[in-house]
Design a protein around this ligand. Sequence first.
Ligand code: DC
Length: 221
Amino acid sequence: MANINIAIDGPAGAGKSTIAKMVSKSLDIIYLDTGAMYRAVALKAINEGIDTLDREKLAVLVKVIDIKITYSGSEQHIFLDGKDVSKLIRTPEISIGASNVGTIPEVRMKMVELQRKIAEENSVVMDGRDIGTYVLPNANLKIFLTASLEERAKRRYQEQIEKGNTGLSLEEVMKDIEYRDRNDSSRAFAPLSKAADAVEIDTTKLTIEEVAQKIMLLARG
Ligand code: DC
């Protein structure tokens, strides 16, 4: 049977990863969080003292970067140069860095190559910013999730507290998200945008279960 590819795009905090995980579990297919790949590039750059907006240096860095994705059950692990960095990449500094490296075409080309290979070999729910528009233009189903800035900031702030991190205030979380929204939507190459054939769902007033149910109905056609 042909592979199923489902694309879920949208800005930070719209609910992509939670929903993508639920949908992939229920369809018993893998979930690829493409943001983790940009985060791994940012981590490597920061570790090497490279500015995350330095195109020349990042173009060289992605030529030698070793990123591998593995799954234990439905959980994705990302390895950078042989080391599991799945937890290390979840910091505010890396969120901004990932948004910055994502503006660099050479970085995107390399990540997209890896993402397309995974989608060719597996049925996958892939979440990101450019999946429906650029990475998988022929995906079986494309979803574009949105939510108000306030709601998205609140969700990210809450997540941070639940993880026991007392890092940023709600205002700082909102500022970071605003920066990333602007950066991700305004870059020249494969910016965050809704594909013409994507179904848009505003999750501001919906529960996770309601959103997942809508998508499952669409996926089952
Ligand atoms: O999904 P996330 O919050 O983990 O993504 C972090 C950043 O990575 C996001 O602000 C922009 C970049 N990114 C991207 O440019 N393209 C993708 N497909 C996924 C993420």
